[in-house]
Design a protein around this ligand. Structure first.
Ligand code: GLN
Length: 465
């Protein structure tokens, strides 16, 4: 599909539609929706901004490409004056005191925020069922999960309720719901977009990224959000990615992880479709190389060890003193305990307990430090791979989306369903889900800062598969 942003821009400039009518139509769709994709609507702000865009067009002023384009925001980003709940009881009445850098850049470019979107609470999950706002339903089949944790964002884009949405990806939360709902979703190189104003889950892998229906829209939104930010010391400067730069593919060698495809956990259809995609790529004269990689269970346990440790640390500030729904106990310690145990979900508590365990004296050397060492080995493995191949291709998930309710019964099975996404997060590599190849799409990964290559190959796959 071609750029929706450009199509709408053209319609606005040629006065085929007004921005107010466009925004109102999308707000109505969001309000009436039955997919549980909405936590709160930003209707007053959105209509105010739309009126300004219309006034500019009426006055004959030129408008930028993103001006007047409606978008959605996962409910973990600060937008000053709006509720930012992280889909949790603890923060259900919390209002953002400031705006996240990535979102501010979109606002400065004139894009119009419509909605704070449902997700797994604090990003903890792979199905968007771990939320106080009701399980997000899949856009393709509402009996299935929307995927997670950025499920609401993926579903809103898939159903055209938003033109693009901004998700967050710590271990797969943009890529997996994009795959489950047949759209594009990019986790950029770690640090390319500032994390300032994104509620921290695991700070060393948290990434801001766009979900959209075309590669071109992903490119446009990525460029606007990218850049070094003094408020996030891990952010970096990056070159703008041009339309011409991703039009033709320079990729000569593609790799894939043999053990991902030979794993017992992979669904037979996904495996067959993946191998068929590989054959089509070979038929275009591209060399394909099988690569060795860590076993999925090692990737998943390394990721969850580190992610739980980081989230236990990050969420320790949420005790009802400065933030959150305070519940008074008999004394201060009791107040902390009751506030946290009553207001965090089961899944979040499991992670806080697990994280504090792996960080605690007597265990941290054996578990946490071992996790860090494994992460270094995983990164080295990637560096070696990218001496031999330009990009790595993988399925996004081992299986199709589960039915709503099924993943809640078995947290371990849910963790294992992240087998193909978490490794690239640990490596901090740019990875894009494309809606082709298998029923949950394909992931394209390149070396750090090669986000452009990933998008080039996506364009190639769009024409090839
Ligand atoms: N499903 C993974 C987890 O629960 C990834 C979540 C995310 O990327 N926020 O940790």
């Amino acid at each position: 599909m071609d750029s929706k942003i450009k199509e709408i821009h053209q319609q606005l400039v040629s006065k085929q539609i007004t921005c107010t009518a466009l925004v109102q139509e999308k707000l109505d769709l969001l309000k009436q929706n039955t997919y549980n994709s909405v936590n709160s609507l930003l209707d007053t702000l959105a209509l105010e901004l739309a009126a300004k865009v219309d006034a500019k067009i009426t006055n004959g002023e030129t408008i930028g490409l993103l001006e007047g384009i409606p978008f959605g925001i996962k409910d973990v980003y600060m937008v000053q004056g709006t509720y930012t709940t992280a889909s949790s009881d603890l923060l259900k009445n919390y209002k953002s005191p400031y705006t996240a850098t990535a979102i501010q850049k979109l606002l400065d470019a004139g894009a119009i925020p419509l909605v704070k979107e449902n997700c797994d609470s604090f990003g903890h999950g792979s199905s968007s069922e771990n939320t106080i706002f009701g399980a997000v339903k899949n856009a393709v089949n509402p009996e299935l999960v929307g995927g997670g944790s950025s499920g609401g964002s993926a579903v809103n884009v898939a159903l055209d309720y938003t033109v693009f949405s901004i998700g967050g990806d710590t271990g797969g939360s943009i890529r997996q719901p994009a795959g489950y709902n047949h759209i594009y979703g990019l986790k950029p190189t770690y640090g390319r977009i500032s994390r300032y104003g994104l509620m921290a889950y695991a700070s060393s892998t948290d990434c801001v990224g766009p979900l959209a229906k075309s590669i071109e829209d992903i490119r446009i939104v990525l460029n606007v959000m990218s850049g070094k930010d003094p408020k996030d010391q891990t952010s970096t400067t990056s070159e703008e990615i041009t339309e011409e730069g991703i039009a033709a593919s320079s990729i000569k060698t593609v790799g894939y992880f043999k053990n991902f495809i030979e794993s017992e956990a992979i669904d037979a259809q996904i495996k067959a479709d993946f191998l068929a995609a590989i054959e089509k790529i070979k038929a275009k004269g591209i060399a394909v190389k099988e690569l060795d990689f860590f076993k999925s269970d090692i990737l998943v346990s390394t990721y969850y060890t580190l992610a739980m440790a980081e989230t236990a640390s990050n969420l320790s500030r949420l005790d009802g003193t400065n933030y959150g729904n305070r519940i008074e106990g008999d004394n201060l310690i009791d107040t902390y305990a009751v506030t946290r145990s009553e207001n965090f979900s089961e899944e979040t508590k499991r992670r806080i307990v697990g994280g504090n365990q792996v960080l605690s004296q007597g265990f941290s050397d054996e578990i946490y430090l071992k996790g860090l060492a494994l992460r270094d080995q995983i990164s080295e493995n990637f560096s070696k791979d990218f001496e031999e191949v330009d990009v790595i291709l993988s399925p996004v998930t081992p299986a199709a989306p589960p039915k709503i309710g099924d993943s809640l019964k078995d947290p371990l099975a849910m963790y294992l369903s992240d087998a193909y996404t978490v490794g690239f997060s640990l490596g901090q590599l740019p990875t894009l889900t494309v809606p082709q190849g298998t029923t949950t799409g394909l992931q394209i990964t390149a070396a750090k800062n090669n986000d452009e290559l990933v998008m080039q190959f996506a364009n190639f796959l769009k024409d090839t598969l």
